[in-house]
Every structure is written in structure tokens, then in C-alpha cells.
Design a protein around this ligand. Sequence first.
Ligand code: FCB
Length: 444
Amino acid sequence: MTQFQLPENSKLLSSDFILGVATAAFQIEGGAEHRLPSIWDTFCDTKGKIADGSTGLTACDHFNLWREDVELISEFGVDAYRLSISWPRVIKENGELNEQGAQFYLNILNALQAKGIKAFVTLYHWDLPQHLENKGGWLNRDTAYKFAEYADKISQFFGDKVHAYATLNEPFCSAFLGYEDGTHAPGKVGKEYGKKAAHHLLLAHGLAMRVLQKNSPKSLNGIVLNFTPCYPESTSKEDLQASQYADQYFNHWYAEPVLAGKYPEIIDTMPDWQKPDILDGDLDIISTPLDFLGVNFYTRAIYRANACDIFEQISPPAPITDIGWEIFPQAFTDLLTSLNAKYALPPVYITENGAAMDDKLENNQVNDADRVAYYQAHFNALDEAIKQGVDVRGYFAWSLMDNFEWAEGYLKRFGLVYVDYKTQKRTIKQSGLAYKKLIRDRQS
Ligand code: FCB
């Protein structure tokens, strides 16, 4: 049987290192008739936006199958489960709590608690209520305050059931993909939007941090950021500068305000029409100290200098995963050690890491040796970063099960568990079995 191997002294194997699995509401739940529409419903209904023309109306039907799914999670022996709350399921259009919707999550939290599984809850994994988008969405500063109100209501309702809260998942994706290049909902395109939306998202994060610290002082409260480390195509000064610019534009644009209370220096070189609208005190709110930083890592990106656009991303060299992302585990170590060198980091949790592979279900099995190799290489890279002094306390595989992969629809499978979308049957892949063994052997 396939197994992961780690050095005996690896921190990943210690009993206080959290090993878990992650999902997000829109990607697995379905049950859309019981909640308000989100920007992703609208985006899915817009022709040509989703590769297979699919929607999140049913997804993995987790809305109905959550009990079985909690059993499945518990079968892995995980210490923690990372899930997200659908804002349009728990808050009515008039701002009041939708108790039925909130109860859906409380039932899950109770079931996790009964099994001794810690809940890592993300409040915003991209599914903005459509009625807020109709008022400008993340381009409207007021959305940040609406988010803080939502955080207030839901954290009061959950009481002490949550081990860790992340305000936002990957604000880069919400801001850049959603409002600048338009490949994600709500699909707005324009350099005049991206950084403005980003600022309001970061403000929402800071406001919600303060609410969570008040309502849930015992939980770990933080944010999840994604990083795609930037490398130059050559050793030329121009390529190096291009990659450094891209690093500030895509990665540190989110990390630096949160961890150091300022935007990266490229802000000074940007034309005013691209800059965010920053009010006095915003950066103090945004840099409210974190209990933890969630880091999502999948791949790196390579850049060359470009006279018109400053930087240009080149196509990734092999090997790549089924979604076209280069497999380059060294970047995982480099990322963590460089973040540690640049910032005074709070404890870090790897909140997502994993790979889409072209899985085949045969004889009730998925022999995803390629995914096993991806995980193994990334465990080694993480182990190395920890040995170099980065304070990483946990790791979540993305994802528990195959699900709605945003603009790719159901075409890309990231799960440790295979989902047959016709029957909703779940089958643990070889990678899942290996992960389960890693967790269980560690505990025994
Ligand atoms: C991340 C998202 C997650 C999933 C993975 C593959 O950017 O947070 O929902 O789609 O990518």
C-alpha cells in the first residue's frame, strides 16, 4: 500500500501538529434553495464563465449529506476540519441572522465536537451575497462594515464551538480574479478595480478581527492568504525586477498591510486611478495582530520583464498538474522561510495545499500515485521550512473531496476522496488512504 514517509523527528508527526482536511461552502454544499443567491450563482448563470457550464446548485450535496461527510472526515482521524460559512445562508437581506441557516453549521460544529475534531471556520470563501454586489460589492466600502456585522452575528451564535476563525480566504482571488481580470465572480474587468476591492476586503478583515477578538477571545483569529512565489525567468536585472514587482502586486499586496501595516512600495509608482481609497486609520485596523496566519500554497510563477506591462508571466515548465500548475515544491520551503525573514509572523497554519489530477475510478479505486507524489514532496518541503525555523503548527490538505472548482466547474478534481456526481458516492483515493495512515500511525 502507498505510504508517506517522513523523518522520525519531523514536526509533522508530533501529536500537537494539526493535520486536517479543508473544504469551502459553495464548492460542496448545494442546498441553494435554502439560501440567498451569491455572486457565484450569478456568475455560473452567465454563459461562458464556467468551463463545463455547471453550477453550485447541488455540488457534492453536502447540505443533505453532511452527517455522512462528518463520518468520512472522522474516518481519516484528522485533528481538524476547515470549512467555510456561506454568508448568504446565514444572514438575511435585512441583515438579521437566518437562524435556520446558522443552525445548519451549528449542527456540523456540534457533530465535529462530539468526535473531538477541531473546527477551523472561514467566514468568507468568495460567496458574497448578490444583493451586496448589486450595491457595488467589494468596490463599495460599506461591504466591509456589512461583513463585520455578519461576523458579529455568526460568532455570537456559534459561541465557543470554533477553534479557529479565518476572516477571509485568499483576498487576492476575490480582488484580482473577481474585480481585475474577471475570471472569477463577479467578473469585473479593469485595473481601476482590483486594488480598490482589495482594500475593502482587507478593511473587512481588520474590522472582523476586532469583532472576533471580542466575541470569541478563546479562538485563534486570523486570515488565510494565498501565495504564488514569483521567480525570474533569467538572472537578468530586468527579469529580477519584473518578478519582484509581481511578488509585491500579487502576494505582498495582501501580506504586508496585514502583517506590517503598510502597502508594498510599488504603490508609490502606481497611477492614482489604480490606487485604493485609503482613509486615516484603515491600516491600523487592517494590521490588527493575528493569532495565526493561514498560508495556501499550490505552485510558483515565473516572470520576465515586459516593456508595456512591467511583468509578463511565462507558461510553466513541466511537470504540471491537471489544472496546469507547475509542481515545484522547493517554492514551498522558499516561501515560508522568506515570509519568516520578512515579517514578524504569528504561528502559521498551512490551510491549503494539494493537487488536481486526472483521476480514474476503476474497480472502486482511484490509484492517484501522482497526487501521492505531490503530497510527499510538499510534506518534505514543509518539513524543511520548519527545520529552518518557521513556526508552522498545522497542515490542511485541499481538499477532503472533489468539488466545484470555481471557473473549472467539476472538471478538476482536488479531493482525497473521489466524488461520483451522479450518485454522490464517495470513494477514498489512494492519496486519501495514505493520508489517513499517516495520521493514524502518528497517533498510535
Ligand atoms: C484555492 C481556493 C480553493 C480551491 C483551491 C484549488 O485558491 O481557496 O477554494 O479552489 O484553490
